[in-house]
Design a protein around this ligand. Structure first.
Ligand SMILES: [Zn+2]
Length: 394
C-alpha cells in the first residue's frame, strides 16, 4: 500500500528544492509545487499523532488501518507493542543546527512524563539512528577527556569558565566542565566566544583548531552567544558519508548540524534540550541524566551488517526498530526483498524501475504487512536505492 506522508516545516530545515524532503516529494508527485522560501525539514512515515501517514488509495489513516487489522504488524510486534507500530521513520534535511539534546531511558521517561506531563508528553524512550544520505555533520557523544584537557590548557578562556583543570578524575572532570559551560552566564559566554574568535584570527593554528573555530563561528551565527556554541570543544564532531550511521542510545548528548539523512526512532517525542534552541531548555535534567562514564575511546559510527549482496542491516540493541539499506543494480532481472517478521515502511531514495504492480520512483513510500514481500522486476536506472524500516523482533 502506498502512503502519503506529511512534511514538517521546522525553521532549521533546508529550503525549497535544496531539501531532500522536497526533492522526494516532487519526484513522486510531479504536480506538487515546491515553495523555495519554505523549509522542508522532516518527512514523517508512521502513525505518530503529530503527523500521521495516510493510505494513498483510500485516504484512511495508517493508524486506523492498523487498529482494525493489527495482524499486519506481525504477531510478536502486536503482542510486545500493544497493537501499535513502535517506530517512526523519517527523512531529515538539516540546514541549521538542531538543539543539543539527549533522550531519556524508558524508566526515566516514565518519571519525567509523570512529573512534567506538559513537557515530556509520553512515557516512552526515544533511541534513534541517523543514516546519512548526503555528507552529514553532527556532534555526538563526549570527546575524550584527554582531548578536552588539551583544549582547556591551550584555550584559557574555557578554563576560565570550567575551573576544571585540576580535577584528576576523568568522570568528575567531564561532569564539572559540562555543567559549567551549560550553566554559564550569558555575558561570560559572549565574552568567551568573542575572545576565542580574536585569538584564532590572530594566530597561526593547526587544521583542527581552524576547523573548530569555523564551526564555532557557524554555530554562533545561527545561535548568537548560546552556551551550546562552546560545545564544539566538549562533544565529538563527526561527518558521516552517505550510508554511514550514528546510533543515539539513551543519555548520549548529540546535535545534528547539517545534511540530509534517514532517521529512525522509537515512536516518542521525549527530547531533553540544553542549548542551540529557541525551545525550552531543561539543563538540570540533562546534566543529571548524561552518562559520563561511557567508553569514550570507541568510534561513534554505527557498524551495519551485510545481509546479502544487495542489503545492509542496521540493527541497534533495541526492539522498536531496525533499518535496511537496499541497493539494486541495473543488471538485476527479478529481486524479492527479504521478508520481515514485522510490518515495514519502504522509501525509494534514488533510481527508477518497476515492481510487480507499481512504477518505482524516488519518493515512493510503501507500507508492507509482516511477511509481505516486494518484488522488483526491472531496474531502469543505474541502480535503485531504498531504505526499509521495520521492527527488530526477529
Ligand atoms: Zn535526538
Amino acid at each position: 500500500m502506498e502512503l502519503s506522508c506529511k512534511v514538517q516545516e521546522y525553521d532549521w530545515g533546508k529550503k525549497g528544492s535544496q531539501s531532500a524532503v522536497a526533492q522526494l516529494l516532487k519526484k513522486r508527485n510531479l504536480d506538487v509545487k515546491i515553495d523555495e522560501c519554505k523549509p522542508y525539514a522532516e518527512l514523517w512515515m508512521g502513525t505518530h499523532v503529530n503527523a500521521p501517514s495516510v493510505i494513498k488509495e483510500t485516504g484512511e489513516l495508517l493508524s486506523d488501518y492498523i487498529d482494525k487489522n493489527p495482524k499486519v504488524l506481525g504477531e510478536k510486534v502486536a503482542e510486545i507493542f500493544n497493537n501499535q507500530l513502535p517506530f517512526l521513520f523519517k527523512i531529515l534535511s538539516v540546514n541549521k543546527a538542531l538543539s543539543i539534546q539527549a533522550h531519556p531511558t524508558k524508566q526515566h521517561a516514565i518519571e519525567l512524563n509523570k512529573k512534567f506531563p506538559d513537557i515530556y508528553k509520553d512515557p516512552n524512550h526515544k533511541p534513534e539512528m541517523a543514516i546519512a544520505l548526503t555528507p552529514f555533520e553532527a556532534m555526538c557523544g563526549f570527546r575524550n577527556p584527554r582531548e578536552i584537557r588539551e583544549f582547556i590548557t591551550h584555550l584559557p578562556e574555557l578554563e576560565n569558565i570550567t575551573r576544571s583543570k585540576d580535577e584528576a578524575d576523568d568522570v568528575k572532570f567531564l561532569e564539572k566542565s559540562f555543567r559549567a559551560i551549560l550553566t554559564c552566564e550569558k555575558d561570560l559566554v559572549a565574552k568567551t566566544i568573542e575572545s576565542l574568535k580574536t585569538r584564532f584570527a590572530n594566530l597561526e593554528t593547526c587544521e583542527r583548531d581552524k576547523y573548530l573555530s569555523s564551526l564555532l563561528d557557524k554555530l554562533n551565527s545561527q545561535f548568537p552567544n548560546d552556551n551550546g556554541v562552546l560545545m564544539v570543544y566538549f562533544l565529538n564532531y563527526i561527518k558521516l558519508q552517505p550510508s554511514e550511521a550514528i546510533y543515539l542510545a539513551a543519555n548520549k548528548p548529540h546535535a545534528y548540524i547539517y545534511g540530509d539523512c534517514v532517521e529512525m526512532m522509537a515512536s516518542s517525542d521525549n527530547v531533553v534540550r540544553a542549548g542551540l534552541t529557541p525551545k525550552l531548555r531543561d539543563v538540570q535534567t540533562l546534566l543529571t541524566m548524561l552518562d559520563y562514564t561511557e567508553d569514550l575511546t570507541q568510534d561513534n559510527r554505527f557498524k551495519p551488517q551485510v545481509e546479502n549482496e544487495y542489503t545492509t542491516l542496521y540493527k541497534p540493541p533495541v526492539q522498536e526498530f531496525a533499518v535496511v539499506r537496499i541497493k539494486l543494480p541495473k543488471s538485476i532481472r527479478k529481486y524479492i526483498i527479504p521478508k520481515r517478521d514485522s510490518a515495514s515502511i519502504i522509501i525509494v531514495i534514488d533510481g527508477t524501475g518497476k515492481s510487480v504492480d507499481k512504477e518505482v520512483v524516488p519518493g515512493l513510500i510503501l507500507f508492507l504487512a509482516a511477511e509481505e514481500v516486494l518484488e522488483i522486476i526491472e531496474v531502469y536506472s543505474e541502480s535503485i536505492l531504498m531504505y526499509q524500516g521495520f521492527t527488530n523482533v526477529e
